[in-house]
Design a protein around this ligand. Structure first.
Ligand code: M5T
Length: 240
């Protein structure tokens, strides 16, 4: 089996360092390379906590996480960073040019790579409309982007690495349905495994697997059609 992009959780339980309560409780799943996983669940359910374990921001308290078939404990961090694109819930942009922000973490990125990624993330035209284009300064000494523009810039930054695994933690929440759908269509071409936290039914529908998270557990799992048939809770979300 080709394992580039595979992600497995094996009986993962997790509490944050110094905390006594478990925020993840015996989570197990296997995602095959190239699959799209939509993660749904109410606030505080544990969605971000699950995702943070994939780029090894934390180690599980119990159980194990495998990426590309390897136990994360055996993977060098530098190597892992090349395999995974991660956009956290709050986009991390700094005072610097658009170009510097895009190349953050991949300093050898070429301008044409940046433009291609920006086009896929539906932010290229916004950038070229700025006074100095890709050289426009952001932040304190420059211009401020809107929430949705920041999100798209963060997605572009993640795409530049051509990751095997892309993790979008609520990173498209500020996009309208049409823009989000264009971004996801473009991401499809990367053939990467995609984890996406979303509230949008249109995004859940595209997923090969939907995970419904509540109180640190996966309470429902399946495709949109399956869950529409089997899950009262999912139907409630779908019709709300
Ligand atoms: C799950 C706690 C949080 C909640 C639980 C990120 C983070 C979370 N928590 C910490 O103690 N420290 C942290 O650094 O863990 O939180 P989550 O995983 O962020 O849940 P979510 O992503 O489903 O929620 P939301 O609001 O982002 O949709 O008890 O206090």
């Amino acid at each position: 089996e080709q394992l580039k992009g595979a992600v497995t959780f094996e009986h993962v339980s997790f509490r944050y360092p110094g905390m006594s309560t478990y925020v993840l409780k015996d989570i197990s799943f296997h995602i095959r390379p190239g699959e799209t996983v939509a993660i749904l669940g109410s606030t505080g359910a544990g969605k971000s906590s699950i995702l943070q374990l994939i780029p090894r921001l934390y180690d599980p308290t119990e159980g194990a996480v495998y990426v590309d078939g390897m136990n994360l404990k055996d993977v060098k961090m530098d190597d892992l960073r090349k395999r995974i694109g991660f956009t956290p819930q709050e986009s991390i942009l700094f005072s610097g040019t658009v170009e510097e922000n895009l190349a953050w973490g991949k300093s050898d990125a070429t301008l044409s790579e940046m433009k291609a990624a920006a086009q896929d993330a539906q932010i290229h035209e916004t950038i070229t409309d700025l006074k100095d284009g890709y050289e426009t300064k952001l932040g304190q000494k420059g211009i401020n982007l809107s929430g949705g523009q920041k999100q798209r810039l963060s997605v572009a930054r993640a795409l530049i690495r051509k990751p095997n695994i892309l993790i979008l933690d609520d990173s498209t929440s500020a996009l309208d349905l049409q823009t989000e759908s264009k971004v996801l269509d473009a991401i499809d071409k990367y053939k990467c495994t995609l984890f996406i936290v979303t509230q949008k039914l249109s995004t859940a529908k595209r997923a090969d697997k939907i995970m419904l998270i509540d109180d640190g557990k996966i309470i429902e799992e399946g495709t949109h059609d399956q869950l529409m048939n089997t899950s009262t809770l999912y139907r409630e979300i779908a019709y709300s």
